[in-house]
Design a protein around this ligand. Structure first.
Ligand SMILES: Nc1ncnc2c1ncn2[C@@H]1O[C@H](COP(=O)(O)OP(=O)(O)OP(=O)(O)O)[C@@H](O)[C@H]1O
Ligand SMILES: [Mg+2]
Length: 431
């Protein structure tokens, strides 16, 4: 065999597609790669337009071939952009199944001695193995990425759960402590308070008796007795005692009253798991709470109400939720001071009924935000706040399987949102 024949025979047997076309897209050469896959011999296709043979790819092939004839340069198409130019089955099934062949195409200009492009040679490379390896790799990377994401989410959830657990444990132990302390203090402070009240009356009487005796002695006109009396009074600092004793008793009564109030709050706090479940409307609850707290708001505080129409009653512990609304409203009233607005909104969102209480008051310092739900945290003056309001509210809302969140900006205002699940798994409901 002569060299050109040898070369042609080699070209026919190459494990890659080779097909030559002229400027009219007519096939002038067609190797076995094409012939075997299309099951038609070279004789059957010679002279036919490649565009007619592959009508689906005609537009693309025409553009590519034209560019070779016009620009006199190679033209490429890679599997990443266009995986299957020709609908050939893969000869290298990687996954055990025959899949379509992934192809790289390169069209080469074949020039004559005048450097004019006479033919365009379309070569096709089977890159199925490479492509599926690459695809497997990117699937694996994607899966890995998703696993990473899932792990990160899980870690975040765990962190959340941990801090919630720490918080609820703290609340539970405070609750127990509060219950114990409240129980112990309740009766002594009860009798201290009522004894002081009685003492106040006794002291009033004693002062009256002393004053009466003093006047009587003065009336006798006997200088010696009058002198003895005033010396005695002076030695005993009677005038001072008479004035001071009233203040002392008043202050003690006031102090005992405050202790009683704290004990009451502690008792409420520790009993916040009482289970009077029933169907009640949040809007009605808020309205009745407003009747109680309204008097605390200054005249210049404007109330804005926005209640979703026809919001159904919620299975909840109505009285306890009123306690929550009361705490939030009183806090809002305090924050607003003597001018500003309080916005109350009741609405449903997904699986929850929500109550938002927003004020245009002082706002909460960023550094305080993480502490306001802690028992006894207060920024109010001694005697005007126990710091139990929000921790009590937190407890109540958690007992409903709900949540209470806060957003606040100093000098702008604060919003508390109480979210209560519509379907909750309270033990009472399961009965
Ligand atoms: N709407 C609000 N605007 C600004 N600060 C607030 C608001 N609500 C709560 N706070 C801050 O959170 C603190 C804790 O509130 P919490 O209701 O627990 O206790 P308190 O109001 O101080 O006392 P108590 O409610 O027992 O009378 C308050 O002292 C206040 O600093
Ligand atoms: Mg409060």
């Amino acid at each position: 065999m002569h060299k050109p024949e040898l070369l042609e025979s080699l070209l026919r047997k190459l494990p890659m597609g080779a097909c030559m076309v002229d400027v009219e897209y007519r096939i002038v050469f067609w190797n076995d790669f094409f012939a075997n896959r299309l099951e038609c011999n070279e004789e059957e296709v010679l002279g036919k337009s490649i565009l007619d043979l592959f009508p689906e790819q005609a537009k693309f092939l025409k553009k590519k071939i034209n560019s070779v004839f016009i620009l006199k340069n190679e033209s490429f198409s890679y599997w990443e952009q266009r995986p299957h130019i020709f609908n050939f089955l893969s000869s290298r099934p990687v996954t055990g199944e025959e899949t379509l062949m992934f192809q790289n195409m390169e069209i080469l200009p074949l020039k004559d001695s005048n450097q004019e492009v006479q033919y365009a040679c379309i070569t096709i490379q089977d890159v199925t193995a490479q492509a599926s390896y690459y695809n497997d790799l990117s699937h694996a990377a994607e899966e890995l990425e998703q696993e990473h994401k899932a792990q990160a989410e899980l870690i975040e959830k765990l962190e959340d759960a941990k801090s919630q657990l720490v918080h609820s444990e703290k609340m539970a132990s405070i609750g127990q402590l509060a219950a114990g302390v409240a129980h112990e203090i309740n009766s002594p402070i009860g009798f201290v308070y009522s004894n002081i009240q009685t003492l106040q009356k006794y002291i009033d009487s004693l002062i009256k008796i002393t004053e009466f005796s003093s006047k009587l002695i003065d009336k006798t006109g006997q200088d010696i007795h009058v002198k003895l009396k005033s010396d005695f009074y002076e030695r005993q600092e009677f005038d001072y005692i008479r004035e001071d004793i009233v203040d002392l008793v008043d202050e003690s009564l006031d102090g005992a009253k405050r202790v009683k109030a704290i004990v009451e709050s502690l008792k409420e706090f520790s009993h916040s798991d009482a289970t009077e479940w029933g169907n009640s409307s949040l809007v009605d609850g808020i309205e009745s709470t407003l009747k109680i707290v309204n008097s605390q708001f200054q005249h210049k505080v404007v109330l804005h109400k926005d209640y979703e129409a026809d919001i159904p009653p919620l299975y909840c512990m109505g009285m306890q939720l009123n306690q929550v609304f009361m705490n939030l409203l009183v806090n809002a009233g305090h924050a607003v001071g003597d001018s500003g607005s309080i916005f109350i909104k009741v609405y449903s969102e997904g699986e929850f009924q929500k109550v938002s209480i927003r004020d245009t008051g002082s706002g909460i310092k960023a550094s305080h935000l993480s502490k306001i739900f802690d028992p006894f945290f207060t920024t109010k003056a001694v005697g005007s706040g126990t710091g139990l309001g929000l921790s009590l509210s937190y407890n109540i809302v958690k007992n409903h399987g709900g949540d209470i969140t806060v957003t606040s900006e100093e000098g702008v205002g604060t919003e508390f949102i109480v979210s209560l699940p519509i379907e909750n798994n309270s033990p009472a409901k399961e009965d």
